[in-house]
Design a protein around this ligand. Sequence first.
Ligand code: CA
Length: 218
Amino acid sequence: MTRILIAEDEPRISSFVSRGLESAGYTTVISEDGADAYRRALAGGIDLILLDVGLPTMDGFEVLTRLRAEGSAIPIIMLTARSSTLDTVSGLDAGANDYVSKPFKFDELLARIRSRLRETVTTERLDIVHDDVVLDPLTRRATVDGRELDLSAREFALAEQFLRHPGQVLSREQLLSRVWGLDFDPGSNIVDVYVRYLRAKLGAERIVTVRGAGYRWQ
Ligand code: CA
C-alpha cells in the first residue's frame, strides 16, 4: 500500500486531497505542522510527501532541507500559493521533486504524484558509470576515481543527465526540463551556473561547451 503524507495546515485542502487520494487507492496521513511532518517522514513508511510551504513550527522549505540533509530520498511535491520562479527554483534546488501551485486541479496533482512514484521505482537501479565517475542514484553518492564527491541534489541530477547521455549535446532547454522540471526558461543562467559547479567538482575538461547548442559530456 502506497502511503502519502499530506503536510498541509488548511483542513479544507488536506481533507479534499486526502479524500481524492484515498479514492484513487492510496493511504494518506495528514500532518498540520512542519515539525510533526518531519518526524513522521523520518520515522519511515511514507512513500511520498505533499509538502505545503507555509506550515506552522517549521516551514516546508525547512522540512525539505532537513529531510534531504538526513539522506531521505522520499519523493516530495511542494504545494504553494507562491508561484514565483525564484521559489520554484529554490525549492527544486533544495531537493524537491516537483512543485504544484495552489489552486491546483486534483487531476493534475494526481498525475504528478503518479509520475513521481514511477520515477522512484525506476531509480532503484545500478550505478551509472562513465570512465572513473560513478553515480549511485539510490543513495545519491558520487565518486571520481574512488574519491567521494559532495554534490547537491541538483548537481547530482545534472551529472546524471550527462552520464546517461555521454557524447550527446544536451541543450539548456533539455537540462532545465529534466533537471529543474521547468518547461520554460526562467531567464536566469542557472544551467550555466550549475555546469560551472560541476566542472569545478568533476574536472573542467569533462563537460564541453558546444557554442549555440548546449553542453556535451566527453
Ligand atoms: Ca499553509
